[in-house]
Design a protein. Structure first.
Length: 238
């Protein structure tokens, strides 16, 4: 899922180690041909808006995904509170999905019961090594996954990204894995499983002298489910 935590990661990588004195606002929207998140197919063409504020390394960001073609596709609304200190970043995300298995069939946003909510609460920690960025994510509350006996597990996901430039485009290579058994990713993983291998290229397309649109394409594969995906999209930034 292009998800809100990945936005916080990107912001962390782009920020310098010096604190910013002014409040920064982010407004953007991705339009994608399909919604692929951590190697999972969550729907067809979608618009994915972002609204965020940041001050001296602390950020609060809202992110969503809404299907443009199929009304049955996943609808999502996420809130992330993150903090960046130098190359280190930490964050907490509240995910809400309208199709959470085992959650609230009425899809109520303000339903927080332990065994009847569509919210997933996730913590993450990461470090940018320059040549690579490493992130660890763990669900700690909400509808965050279970084992075969129905017992709650702290579903986790670890991901490494490597940015590089090639042929006038910005590229990112990604490798992600689920370290422990859970039904949260791909329906079920029995243990350690590589779930996301991706290669993404982004290039600015000049529309006018004062306006450019970042356009991206990504090929992704999930070795665990033996699925492969090709996604194209663009980012609208006012």
């Amino acid at each position: 899922m292009k998800k809100i935590v990945l936005f916080a990661m990107g912001m962390a990588m782009s920020m310098t180690t010096f604190a910013q004195d002014a409040v920064e606002t982010t407004i953007s929207a991705d339009v994608v041909s399909s919604y692929i998140w951590r190697g999972q197919d969550l729907g067809s063409a979608a618009i994915q808006p972002t609204l965020g504020v940041a001050y001296k390394g602390l950020s609060l960001t809202a992110w969503g995904s809404y299907g443009l073609v199929n009304p049955a596709d996943t609808k999502e609304f996420d809130l992330t509170l993150a903090y960046t200190l130098g190359n280190l970043n930490i964050g907490v995300t509240d995910y809400w999905f309208n199709q959470a298995i085992g959650g609230d069939p009425e899809n109520r946003y303000f339903m927080y019961e332990a065994h009847g909510t569509n919210h997933v609460f996730e913590a993450n920690i990461g470090y940018d090594f320059g040549v690579a960025n490493l992130q660890w994510f763990t669900n700690f509350a909400g509808n965050g996954g279970a084992d075969k006996d129905g017992k709650r597990v702290y579903s986790s996901y670890v991901e490494a990204t490597v940015p590089f430039k090639l042929a006038t485009a910005d590229w990112t290579a990604t490798a992600g894995a689920v370290p422990f058994a859970t039904d949260f990713y791909n329906g079920w993983t029995n243990g350690f499983a590589v779930t996301n291998l991706a290669l993404k290229a982004t290039k600015d397309v000049k529309i006018t002298d004062a306006f450019t649109v970042p356009v991206f394409a990504q090929v992704a594969a999930n070795p665990c489910t033996q699925n492969a995906y090709f996604v194209v999209g663009l980012t609208l930034i006012p």
